[in-house]
Design a protein around this ligand. Sequence first.
Ligand code: CA
Length: 236
Amino acid sequence: MSNKFKILVIEDDRSIRTFTKTVLETNDYQVITAETCESGIMMFSSYRPDLVLLDLGLPDRDGLDFIRTVRNDQHATAPILVLSARTTEHDKVDALDLGANDYITKPFGTAELLARVRAALRVSQSSFNPLHTSDGKFSLHDLTIDYERRLVSIAGEEVKLTQTEYNILIFLAKHPGKVLTYAMIIHEIWGPSDDGGVKKLQVNMANLRKKLGIKPGDNRYITNELGVGYRLNEGS
Ligand code: CA
């Protein structure tokens, strides 16, 4: 019997599939593989993996179909990491909006693959937010959020945020390490029927980052995933 994490790799490119399988097995994961979307869906329901690595360009169907099918089953919560070689941000956004948890852009190395897999498993295995302290606050480096008092501070100094900026920060803080697309954040903050939301979000985000002391191009606390969305950086 083994209690290793089981990872399903769906990838038609033989060299990437072999590389990924070897890296994961070397690091004590159990790996099963599929080369088509159809067989990936079958293996997912038969083996119930703990995590899926998914190529989007599959020979039979689009990898996005896999995400759609699997996310229809609300008990199938295993994280899905998309392996994307596509240059447009569009596919990543579609994948995330359909319920993928993260993406890794090809070509990727061993360290990046393992870091993303570990992070996704850590979040999915824990019902607790890893960045929440025992007294119910949020803490990341010198940034603290006191939910009860709705107070944000950096190194003990209060940061005055607008209601919207606070709500955006809280939403990101709820999903550490996960890329949240523009559409997800806009839906959460302004509701389902908001036009021109991206511009509004970018303006609020720019102000929020400035107040948190994040300079342009700097990724402290929050990474700007250009053309896709924003990610709250987990403490490393
Ligand atoms: Ca492919």
